[in-house]
Write a protein that binds this ligand. Sequence first.
Ligand code: ATP
Length: 227
Amino acid sequence: MSEAALELEGIEKTYNAGRENEVQVLRGATLALERGQVTALVAPSGAGKSTLLHIAGLLDVPDAGRVGIGGRDMTGAGDRERTRVRRRDVGFVYQFHHLLPEFSALENVMLPQLAEGRPKAEAEARAQDLLASVGVADRAEHRPAALSGGEQQRVAFCRALANAPRVLLADEPTGNLDPATSDRVFGALMQLVRETGLAALIATHNLELAARMDRQLRLDEGRVIAA
Ligand SMILES: Nc1ncnc2c1ncn2[C@@H]1O[C@H](COP(=O)(O)OP(=O)(O)OP(=O)(O)O)[C@@H](O)[C@H]1O
């Protein structure tokens, strides 16, 4: 495999194979993400974006094909190795944020860092910087329930970036943000990508947002093509 931050090669995935409700979702999907680039993945609902993001993030395994992260072939890796690489190298932002309800915004961004063994003071400083970069520094002590949907989304974004992953995978990350906030979050992402060499793959229905990314890909009949 190449040194690409993320590489998918000939990925195939079928749900309910051999049954009458069989759905062949991915049919040889191939892509490579370079460091320091934001790539849009545009596709109609049901085309398989979430399936592709889950396979890319080592949350699911393909029926066939290869997955490489940072040049490491993960195809035959066991669960422990997949979990280790996922925690260290991959950040996720989901449409529904899954923040931990009993912890503050700041703690939600600190926790993944503490799990990786970063000292508390360092984790807190990084969490505060990240929250400030997307405009929610003054909400750091609030629990998720006391934040608006857009604020929660921004905290989730900070959490995904907390351990400085190689790869950021996002599913409609600005879907529930108003245009000005969406712009701000997108700007923060672009800056982080430039500064850190992160590779981001962002699934979105928003064509205007996709056009502002470095590269545009489309999922078409289970394959990835240039948009
Ligand atoms: N666990 C599953 N079992 C059976 N079919 C599934 C499963 N997960 C997804 N599918 C089907 O696979 C197809 C692709 O689903 P996926 O969630 O990847 O699409 P998507 O492009 O992310 O859609 P959306 O934009 O609506 O979120 C859909 O037809 C879906 O119904």
